[in-house]
Design a protein around this ligand. Structure first.
Ligand code: C2E
Ligand code: MG
Ligand code: MG
Ligand code: MG
Length: 288
């Protein structure tokens, strides 16, 4: 960046960049106290079975209610938390809180939905993956909450696992053997070798929103259709389920259902919201 190369003169020449840097700095130093003060909260976005429209569970998405800046999305502070290492305790908090919520849903609706075990999806950052406490922390949290491991799905981005060596995959393998599902998030945005998929202990591919966007017009772009069709058939032949994110219209949902995708998530069904929101959806119907 010009700033580091040019010293004071270019710093003054780019006040906006400076303001951003100051905010970043302020947010970074405020993170640890924010966790202590309970300024983080979680919104839940339902995961819907494309076959019958029943709710399968939800993805947990963390937010920060900042005393001055209001609600901040994860893109504003997760990178900062990763940089400082706070992501480990923050991620542990998200896991604990989400699993507690999953237990509450299971107590209310039973552990099974029409489409399989009622499940909470939790995002895991690469720093958490390489943290030695991950497996034991997860076991402890599950035991404390008293839910079975099939209540949990951990989402890891494709880019975090590109070129992952065995040491990085070992904790995921352990969790997968315990019955925790692992999903490959934002699939299709990295450049992973498809043959590599066989090595990874994942059971779900989460197709990135960019694919769903290609299906906004009707009829959809034929090349996009072919690509998604190919990914779905490859995934299914490897025994992987396919979830699509960013579904905003009924036409997209129908198109993706026809292409054989299993589960969907997006504004068409519900925006991320408080846990009570799930009660308004089809969860009740799904469990009969
Ligand atoms: P992600 O895991 O790929 O989550 C999906 C993102 O797409 C969410 O953004 C969600 O609000 C948004 N989204 C859902 N449906 C639609 C739709 O129909 N249209 C559009 N345009 N967007 C939709 P959000 O909540 O801002 O989260 C961004 C990213 O932050 C997540 O991407 C995830 O990678 C990360 N993240 C969120 N919570 C956590 C967390 O607890 N830990 C970690 N490590 N990362 C998290
Ligand atoms: Mg995710
Ligand atoms: Mg995603
Ligand atoms: Mg994404």
């Amino acid at each position: 960046r010009a700033k580091s190369a040019g010293g004071n003169r270019s710093e003054l020449a780019d006040p906006e960049a400076d303001a951003r840097a100051i905010t970043r700095h302020g947010l970074t130093t405020a993170l640890p106290t924010a966790l202590e003060r309970g300024e983080f909260f979680i919104e839940y976005q339902p995961l819907v079975h494309l076959g019958d429209g029943s709710v399968r569970g939800a993805e947990a998405l963390v937010r920060w209610l900042h005393p001055q800046h209001g609600v901040l999305g994860p893109d504003r502070f997760i990178p900062l938390a990763e940089h400082t290492g706070l992501i480990v305790p923050l991620g542990r908090w998200v896991l604990e809180e989400s699993i507690r919520q999953a237990r509450a849903w299971r107590e209310r609706y039973g552990p099974q939905t029409a489409a399989g075990p009622l499940r909470i999806n939790v995002n895991l950052s690469p720093c958490q993956l390489s943290h030695p406490g991950l497996v034991q922390d997860t076991i402890d949290i599950l035991e404390r909450s008293g839910v079975t491991p099939d209540a949990l799905c951990l989402e890891v981005t494709e880019s975090a696992l590109i070129g992952a060596d065995d040491d990085l995959l070992k904790p995921l393998r352990r969790l997968s053997e315990m019955g925790v599902d692992i999903a490959l998030d934002d699939f299709g945005t990295g450049y992973s070798n498809l043959a590599n998929l066989r090595r990874l202990p994942v059971s779900i591919l989460k197709l990135d929103r960019s694919f769903t966007q290609g299906m906004q017009q009707f009829p959809a772009d034929p090349v996009d259709l072919k690509i998604v069709e190919g990914i779905v058939s490859l995934a299914h032949s490897l025994d992987l389920a396919v979830t699509v994110e960013g579904v905003e219209t009924g036409a997209q949902a129908e198109q993706l259902r026809i292409l054989g995708c299993d589960t969907a998530q997006g504004w068409y069904y519900a925006r991320p919201g408080p846990p009570e929101r799930l009660h308004d959806l089809a969860l009740v119907d799904a469990t009969g």
